[in-house]
Ligand binder design. Structure first.
Ligand SMILES: Cc1cc2nc3c(=O)[nH]c(=O)nc-3n(C[C@H](O)[C@H](O)[C@H](O)COP(=O)(O)OP(=O)(O)OC[C@H]3O[C@@H](n4cnc5c(N)ncnc54)[C@H](O)[C@@H]3O)c2cc1C
Length: 545
């Protein structure tokens, strides 16, 4: 591998590092896995990325496969931001805002820009990127694109894919392409190219034409989905064609993003927040249905359950001293309206309050920024569970992102609580209930063989349940290594084979984030499980000079 590092050092402008401490740092992301990379590269420009891809392609042509893993903040919970070959870390240099169009609100960025920093800049222009993840402070836009990230505002605005208009992508062989929606005529031009790009367009177009109905039927009945490849959005009935939705959510397995043009929304910080306390989950579920039926969707429908509230009240009673209701309710819903027109916001709040009155549910309505923040603290208290250590046990991201059709949310919660009872873990649950997506991170100790075995039993049962409910194994955290095991069950054999062909078209030698999404078996990932779990990786390693 020294030879590889040496070649890259000779040919790249950015830093190429092989020291044990740097490699150790990049051996973990926020998943339960660990893989030590051979080389870490901080590309200084797109040309560095291009040259790295070209070099690994040439080695692969001669039978030596060295995978490239693109990396942003390394906050991936599925094990997709680690790999044994070359890590391309974008946070050091490729982290700029290149253009911000005040009129359209479109922003052109490099992938390594910190998401929170970008959001701050957008706020100063009264704009924002709605599908930000809760890891916004320590993740990048490149990671959000590659994972098709979503968050609390997605119930109204959708996931990242909705906001990516155009991408610059380095293909497996080092060619650079620009993706955007092409007309039928523009597609025909691409189909005639004598390059790898032309080959990708030709093979993909043929695949879509031959499997049109299977692809259309593959769409899952959930409002957020991070699993698989979004083949259904590539070609439209009018013959237009766009690789962008396919690259979004592909976790660096089809190409490496070097630039993104994103659409943004008008930002209105003057929101109204309704916090409602439910003693009956069925009533909470009914409230969610009725809110979703409204033509004006709330900008957030979030929840925390009684297990989380109890955990907070036991472990950090002062944290929510003034806001935590007593006795603890079964669930608190956080319903937010961000409509620009004050009159509309008031009308929607009134309607919500009427609904809650109908069910005799206690609530608080707030528009004061400080008081709203106090209430949001209840929702954000999930962070306490995530950072808490129970001896050596930690809250593990193994079943953290299941999503079901909203109509099945109560059954889903009951199944989670049942699983907790069966396997003796506290089923602390919170998340994006308006999208049927909740987070659960059971406390286990990765150093204990018994716990490791139990984790796999829980994973098996959880994902079987989610699939049985017509849901998806991941709303936004994607497949990675962990959930790649369930893609076949989720989509069925035929669609899985199409995904495998897509991977083959873009990455014939398997140099792009190998071991992620496609072709993953339990025996591949079990040896990669860490002995300990922590989130120390979040602060990415920067060049020392
Ligand atoms: C506590 C916690 C809370 C979280 N909450 C959310 C949430 O609310 N919503 C959500 O969606 N996710 C959430 N996540 C998961 C994760 O933080 C997000 O998906 C985030 O967007 C990943 O960004 P990152 O910069 O850390 O990416 P990384 O972890 O570095 O990478 C993620 C994936 O993107 C690929 N990638 C990175 N850059 C590029 C590039 N330039 N080109 C191609 N591929 C690239 C990587 O190879 C990897 O497959 C959470 C994680 C944690 C630890």
């Amino acid at each position: 591998m020294n030879k590889v590092a040496h070649y890259l050092q000779e040919h790249l402008v950015g830093q190429v590092l092989t020291s044990p401490d740097v490699r150790r740092h990049f051996a973990t992301d926020a998943s339960i896995f660990s893989v030590v990379p051979a080389v870490v590269v901080y590309p200084r420009n797109e040309n560095d990325v291009r040259k790295t891809a070209r070099f690994t392609w040439q080695l692969a042509e001669r039978g030596r496969v060295i995978p490239i893993t693109a990396r942003g903040g390394g906050s991936d919970q599925s094990g997709a931001a680690i790999g044994p070959g070359v890590i391309l870390s974008f946070t050091a240099h490729l982290n700029r805002i290149l253009e911000l169009d005040g009129k359209s609100g479109n922003v052109v960025v490099e992938p390594g820009i910190n998401y929170a920093k970008l959001q701050q800049t957008l706020h100063t222009h009264s704009r924002f990127l709605p599908p930000y993840p809760s890891s916004i402070e320590y993740s990048t836009i490149g990671g959000a694109i590659a994972n098709n990230a979503a968050g609390e505002k997605s119930v109204k605005y959708g996931a990242t894919r909705n906001f990516v208009r155009q991408l610059r992508v380095v293909l497996a062989n080092g060619e650079v392409i620009e993706t955007r929606r092409l007309s039928k005529r523009e597609l025909n031009k691409k189909l005639g190219l004598a390059t790898f790009e032309g080959e990708v367009y030709r093979n993909l177009d043929a695949l879509i034409e031959e499997n049109g109905s299977a692809i259309q039927d593959s769409t899952l009945s959930v409002t957020l989905n991070g699993a698989g490849y979004d083949l259904a959005s590539v070609k439209r009935k009018d013959g237009s064609f766009d690789l962008t939705p396919l690259i979004v959510g592909s976790q660096g397995t089809l190409g490496i993003v070097t630039e993104a043009t994103m659409e943004t929304e008008v930002h209105n910080p003057h929101t109204t927040l309704v916090a409602a306390m439910f003693d009956d989950i069925q009533v909470a579920e009914q409230t969610v249905f009725e809110l979703r039926r409204s033509r004006d969707m709330p900008s957030a429908i979030e929840m925390v359950d009684e297990h989380l509230l109890k955990f907070v009240s036991d472990h950090s009673p002062n944290l929510l001293k003034d806001v935590l209701p007593k006795p603890l309710p079964k669930m608190v819903l956080f319903i937010e309206f961000d409509n620009q027109i004050d009159r509309i916001q008031k009308r929607l709040t009134k309607k919500t309050v009427k609904l809650l009155d109908k069910y005799q549910v206690p609530y608080i309505v707030e528009t004061d920024p400080q008081k709203k923040e106090e209430l949001w603290k209840m929702r954000d208290s999930a962070a306490l569970a995530l950072s808490y250590a129970e001896k050596s046990a930690r809250a593990l991201p193994v079943i953290e992102d299941g999503v079901v059709p909203v109509e099945r949310i109560r059954e889903f919660l009951e199944a989670i609580y049942e699983l907790g009872k069966k396997h003796a873990f506290n089923p602390i649950t919170w998340g994006h209930i308006g999208d049927g997506n909740v987070h659960v991170q059971p406390f286990f100790d990765l150093a204990q063989v018994g716990d490791r075995q139990k984790i796999f039993r829980i994973i098996e049962e959880f994902y079987a349940t989610v699939i049985n409910f017509g849901g998806s194994t991941s709303a936004a955290n994607n497949d990675g290594r962990l959930r790649a095991l369930y893609l076949r069950d989720l989509y069925g054999e035929q669609v899985y084979e199409l995904f495998a062909k897509v991977k083959q078209i873009f990455d014939p030698y398997g140099t792009l984030n190998a071991g992620v999404k496609i072709g993953v078996a339990p025996e591949d990932i079990k040896p990669l499980i860490r002995q300990e779990y922590s989130l120390g990786h979040r602060y990415d390693h920067m060049p020392r000079s």
